[in-house]
Design a protein around this ligand. Structure first.
Ligand SMILES: C=C(O[C@@H]1C=C(C(=O)O)C=C[C@H]1O)C(=O)O
Length: 440
């Protein structure tokens, strides 16, 4: 495997990589996830489902230039790649970024660099009822051999019997409820003083489990409950564990020059009855505080897109209902003024004030000095890029990092002038639910 670090653009362009693919509608995408060793990737959106494993090459980068470094190295790597195949089966780089640069060693996030992308050895893609097997290798012979070997290995594999959630034996919250109140009170003072307009403060919940988590099983259950979310899992290997989740939030999707993104901010719970649920939705749509919180996100995304877009259009604000919460959502579309790489947009947009705040630099400093845990890849961009520079990235919320018999869950809430610490605490607990339900 070729591991490219930092500025290995030259090394990437000297590689010779061959991709081969074949349509095989009888393949079970799940089977690969169950037989492959790390690194493994799962990427499931409303339109397609991908499971990938192994590494023909990987890229990692640290520091504030991580977006640019990955973009340049990835472009060189794709230039050295031959063989394409039909569009759904095309080789892609899958990976993600840390929320802050400088996510450290010696934390739970050991093994998750500030940026890590993998060109998998084997990939199974399911889209529009068809399935493809794609392999990559250093030589055409090896690629051909690998294609046959994986076809044999995956054909006829039956779906394994699913296990239930492992069960939680102990849990530890950061911060405690009194500390959270203090943190929110301090943020509100900064907002009143005019230093901040919004900051998204998060919590972490570490749980000890009665047994190891089966990520394939947990993802299958998340598929059923969150079919219109991005379900993802990244296991870079070497004991790093698996970062996985089901996020409703698209950071950006780029196809040719068409950008699809949106604002998701402002939250309330789900009702016990239909009437209560509608009442809560109406209250959210009318809430001055939540609309203000949401407006800031819409404005910031539009401003970030303006310099690169010929046209930005904002759709209608509506309610996005998920199993445990409902949010305000506004779709945003843009037509770019020139060809651009999706990572340019990722860099421009991350973090949106849906997970960071405003002004961005003050909000990021507040997050760093307030939160007593490392966000790692939580609330950061995860997704894929292809040879054309297109790609899709989601915001990795509703997520957890699992390793052996432990898991750490993350969730946050947007703090604006009218926020109440106890309501924000309750909102965070609702946002833990999707992942907690997979564990307890
Ligand atoms: C930060 C999270 O969610 C974000 C914050 C929201 C809010 O404050 O209302 C809503 C959706 C997400 O953009 C999270 O789930 O951890």
């Amino acid at each position: 495997m070729e591991t490219l670090r930092g500025d290995d653009v030259g090394a990437a362009s000297e590689l010779a990589i061959v991709a081969r693919s074949r349509r095989l509608d009888s393949l079970s995408p799940d089977a690969l996830q169950r037989v492959a060793d790390a690194p493994t990737v799962v990427w499931r959106g409303p339109e397609e489902s991908i499971v990938a494993a192994g590494a023909t090459a990987s890229i990692s980068a640290d520091g504030p230039d991580r977006f640019e470094t990955v973009r340049e190295t990835a472009t060189a790597l794709f230039e050295s790649l031959q063989g394409d195949g039909p569009r759904p089966a095309r080789p892609r780089l899958f990976g993600g970024f840390a929320f802050h640069d400088g996510t450290g060693t010696g934390t739970d996030w050991d093994g998750f660099p500030d940026a890590w992308f993998v060109l998998p050895r084997v990939q199974v893609t399911a889209r529009d009822g068809a399935r493809w097997l794609t392999v990559t290798a250093d030589t055409p012979d090896l690629a051909a051999e690998r294609l046959e070997a994986w076809q044999d290995r995956l054909t006829g594999a039956t779906d394994a019997e699913r296990s239930g959630p492992p069960g939680i034996v102990d849990e530890h919250r950061t911060p405690s409820r009194p500390d959270w109140r203090e943190q929110i009170t301090a943020a509100l003072a900064d907002i009143r003083a005019g230093r901040l307009r919004k900051v998204v403060l998060a919590q972490s919940l570490s749980v000890d489990l009665a047994g190891p988590v089966s990520v394939p099983d947990a993802l299958s259950r998340l598929d059923e409950t969150y079919p219109d979310c991005y379900r993802f899992a990244f296991a870079p290997g070497d004991g790093a564990g698996t970062f996985f989740g089901a996020t409703p939030e698209t950071l950006v999707s780029l196809t040719d020059r068409t950008v699809r993104t949106g604002a998701l901010a402002g939250s309330t719970g789900r009702g016990e009855t239909r009437a209560e649920d509608e009442w809560l939705a109406d209250e959210l749509l009318d809430s001055e505080k939540d609309n203000h919180e949401h407006d800031l996100v819409v404005e910031a995304i539009r401003e970030q897109l303006d310099p690169v877009a010929a046209r930005v259009t904002t759709g209608e604000r509506s309610i996005r209902k998920l199993a445990t919460v409902q949010h305000l959502e506004t779709p945003i579309r843009a037509a770019l003024d020139a060809d651009r790489h999706v990572l340019e947009l990722v860099e421009a947009l991350h973090p949106t004030p849906a997970v960071g705040g405003l002004p961005p630099d003050v909000a990021l400093k507040t997050i760093k000095s307030t939160e007593a845990f490392d966000r790692g890849w939580y609330a950061a961009p995860v997704g894929w890029i292809d040879a054309a520079g297109d790609g899709t990235f989601a915001v990795a919320i509703r997520s957890a990092l699992a390793r052996e018999r432990t898991a750490t869950l993350f969730a946050g809430a947007g703090i604006v002038a009218d926020s109440d610490p106890d309501r924000e605490w309750d909102e965070v607990q609702l946002k833990y639910r999707p992942m907690l339900d997979e564990l307890e």
